[in-house]
Design a binder for this molecule. Structure first.
Ligand code: HEM
Length: 194
């Protein structure tokens, strides 16, 4: 990755050192004083600095939990589902089971559909805008549009590395400990087929 706005977790792994069982990081990056307040933080253990952004009011992790367990559970949090029955329909007919398409037409939330929607590279690539942003993590396809403003790492990095792409490698590089499958449960679109 060559974008200087986003520091990689590994970029100063060599520079960090352990003194008296506490993590110490170079002064230039030590503004969080991790030895006092953040020593248990997994991000610091993974690389030693934060790339977090300030989230808008009403976009904390608790707010996300509230959204996913209310509106999300009821309707799912995938945007532009209508498009699947219009623009994408011909493509879906050749790659999916009829039962899947019937459930979509009956407005069953995508995260509940069985067998799940099969998404190939072409379909993934078509959903690559901010309003309709799909990405793959570990073989599962998620719609990130509703999650953008809740992401502690910011919107830009998601748009750049996730939109219409397989983001597994980048996800694991930044925070493989994050329970994406739980966080994005109701944003589930389908399974990735290569
Ligand atoms: C697509 C699903 C993703 C989810 C659900 C997700 C979730 C999260 C969560 C929960 C955190 C907070 C971690 C903490 O408190 O230590 C976080 C931080 C962050 N994420 Fe993601 N993330 C996703 C994808 C990505 C991707 C693909 C990238 C990079 C290309 C990325 C970059 C970051 C960065 C830079 C931070 C801030 C890390 C820090 O400095 O503490 N995220 N993300």
């Amino acid at each position: 990755m060559d974008d200087s706005r986003f520091k990689r977790p590994s970029s100063f792994r060599e520079e960090r050192s352990l003194k008296n069982n506490t993590l110490s990081v170079p002064n230039s990056n030590n503004w969080l004083n991790p030895s006092k307040s953040q020593a248990g933080c997994s991000t610091l253990r993974a690389g030693g600095y934060r790339n977090k952004v300030a989230l808008k009011p009403g976009h904390s992790s608790l707010d996300w939990h509230e959204l996913t367990t209310t509106k999300g559970k009821k309707f799912g949090l995938v945007t532009n589902v209508d498009r699947l029955l219009t623009l994408d329909l011909d493509h879906l007919k050749s790659t999916n089971y009829p039962q899947t398409l019937v459930q979509i037409s009956r407005k069953v939330p995508l995260y509940l559909i069985r067998p799940p929607l099969r998404v190939d590279k072409e379909l993934l690539r078509r959903h690559n805008t901010k309003d309709d942003c799909w990405c793959v993590i570990q073989g599962k396809v998620y719609c990130l549009t509703n999650y953008f403003d809740f992401h502690p790492g910011g919107v830009d990095i998601l748009l750049r590395y996730c939109a219409g792409k397989d983001a597994t490698k980048m996800f694991n590089e930044y925070h493989r400990w994050v329970s994406y499958d739980k966080l994005l449960e109701t944003c589930f679109v389908g399974v990735y087929v290569e």
